[in-house]
Write a protein that binds this ligand. Structure first.
Ligand code: SAM
Length: 302
């Protein structure tokens, strides 16, 4: 017992004062210093939980599977924790940050810690939900520790805006990760799952605990990987409207849930039958391809 306690003790001491990572990544001390310099008070509204664990950064970069010619889009670079890991693994990084103090500090942080890679970085001060174009070469991969309250809309907006994005690896709240990657049929399957599936194959890519963030969030996090594939045949907007309607009343049968969307319960039933879908089932049973087929029945008359 005494031996165990002694080991625990020394492990604790090491954990409290970890050495700064040798590869320019930001450890806890560097994060503290930067935050103090900027007089930063992280806000929940902007989902500001900064990674201060170099092993987690290395793991995210490894899991992203970047090739040397990849152009990475990072949303919310914050103090630069992930950016510093992405720069050596890619040809260029475009980082979109909404907080002006963080956007202004980032080029200097990279110049101080990795001057050899500084010319690979472009920082854009903007709300990622509102961008309509980006400077530089078109991004091929999205890799980001996303602000949790806007993670899904940011992901969907960027996948729609930037068809050159071949894949994404995002860190989000564990519950959102589960929803994004959920297959049809379960309780976690819903609007985010179907809409993300429009763009590609989605899977969970690992769990991330709370202690690697400053400040510590009060939820666990998870990585989600998306690999783009051609979307189902059909119109995206019309399909997404059907998805929203079906999950707006997810406990009801599709016949009832889609009544307003189709014009009446009878019209909903006609369209569901035309798409080969049983009107008594619920939205959570339908795949994105089913929804696309359903949306394409707009010419069918009751
Ligand atoms: N990437 C950093 C890291 O891993 O330590 C910070 C991640 S933190 C979870 C989210 C970051 O996104 C913050 O820097 C925040 O200011 C920024 N942010 C929040 N909302 C944003 C938005 N709509 N567009 C761009 N950046 C945003």
């Amino acid at each position: 017992m005494a031996g165990t306690a002694a080991r625990g003790c020394s492990a604790d001491r090491v954990a409290l004062t970890p050495p700064e990572p040798p590869d320019g990544l930001l450890g806890p001390a560097a994060i503290r210093e930067l935050a103090a310099e900027l007089e930063l008070r992280p806000t929940k509204q902007l989902g500001q939980n900064f990674l201060h664990d170099a092993n987690t950064i290395r793991r995210i970069v490894r899991t992203a599977g970047l090739a040397p010619d990849d152009v990475v889009l990072e949303v919310g670079p914050g103090l630069g924790s992930l950016t510093l890991g992405l720069l050596p693994a890619s040809a260029a990084v475009t980082a979109v940050e909404i907080d002006p103090r963080l956007a202004a500090r980032l080029p200097r942080t990279v110049a101080e810690r990795r001057p050899d890679l500084a010319d690979r970085l472009t920082v854009v001060e903007a709300d990622a939900l509102r961008i309509s174009e980006l400077p530089g070469p078109p991004p091929t991969a999205l890799v980001a520790n996303l602000p949790y309250n806007v993670a899904v809309p940011v992901l969907l907006h960027l996948l729609d805006l930037l068809p050159t994005l071949e894949r994404a690896l995002i860190l989000v709240q564990a519950e959102v990760a589960e929803r994004l990657a959920a297959p049809p049929g379960g309780g976690a399957y819903g609007v985010p799952s179907v809409k993300a599936a429009w763009y590609g194959e989605v899977r969970r890519a690992g769990n991330v605990g709370r202690r690697v963030f400053w400040p510590e969030p009060n939820v666990d996090s998870g990585l989600v990987a998306l690999v783009r594939r051609p979307p189902p045949e059909g119109d995206r907007r019309a399909t997404f409207a059907a998805v929203d309607a079906a999950f707006g009343m997810r406990r009801k049968s599709l016949r009832a849930a889609l009544a307003r969307w189709a014009g009446s319960p009878a019209a909903a039933e006609t369209r569901l039958r035309a798409a080969g879908i049983d009107p008594s089932t619920r939205g959570e049973q339908l795949s994105v391809t089913d929804f696309a087929r359903l949306a394409a029945t707009d010419e069918v008359q009751p």
